[in-house]
Design a protein around this ligand. Structure first.
Ligand code: NI
Length: 177
């Protein structure tokens, strides 16, 4: 299997331009479900399995889980700033360097709890939003102007994307624990 397929098991992000109420409801349910799915995927892994790269040259399982929590926190802050400020310039973060910092050595359990908490807060916020609020936007330093409609979809894609990397590794390695 080629490396790009291992890296992007669900493909690249492709936003829906004018999502329906039903589509958005599905994304919110995904946001609520993903932390538990990640938990089920990694909670029984051994220390050796947790330090296995999900692809050659890629992050380990443990780094992927900590990265997911870091990304969720950043995304939640960007989102809330756009709801309360006029098109703010969103902060960036060096995910490659964050993954090298020492807090990535704490047990994955800590990020599983963190991820669940951020996702539940995010889902509650999304359920409270009026249609026109999804038109609000922020400036991403990597993607330019981004509406909250798109930001929600990116958030869901990001969770599914990394979950699929972990599931694909489990399957390739034949881990049954
Ligand atoms: Ni990521």
């Amino acid at each position: 299997m080629d490396v790009e397929r291992l890296r992007y098991p669900i493909g690249l992000f492709e936003p829906v331009t004018n999502p329906t109420f039903a589509q958005r409801g599905e994304w919110i349910r995904d946001i609520e479900a993903i932390p538990e799915q990640v938990r089920l995927t990694v909670q029984s892994l051994t220390p050796e399995q947790l330090t296995t790269p999900y692809r050659p040259g890629g992050w380990t399982v443990q780094q992927v889980v900590h990265h997911m929590a870091d990304n969720d926190m950043n995304a939640f802050i960007r989102f809330k700033r756009a709801l309360t400020e006029e098109c703010p310039l969103a902060g960036s973060y060096r995910e490659d360097l964050w993954a090298q910092l020492d807090d990535y050595n704490v047990p994955v359990e800590i990020s599983l709890v963190l991820m669940k908490a951020v996702h539940d807060r995010f889902a509650a916020l999304l359920r409270s939003m009026r249609e026109n609020e999804f038109e609000r936007s922020f400036i991403s330093q990597t993607h330019g102007s981004m509406s909250l409609n798109e930001a929600v979809q990116r958030y869901v894609w990001h969770g599914r994307h990394h979950l699929a990397q972990l599931l694909s590794l489990r399957e390739r390695m034949g881990w049954n624990n």
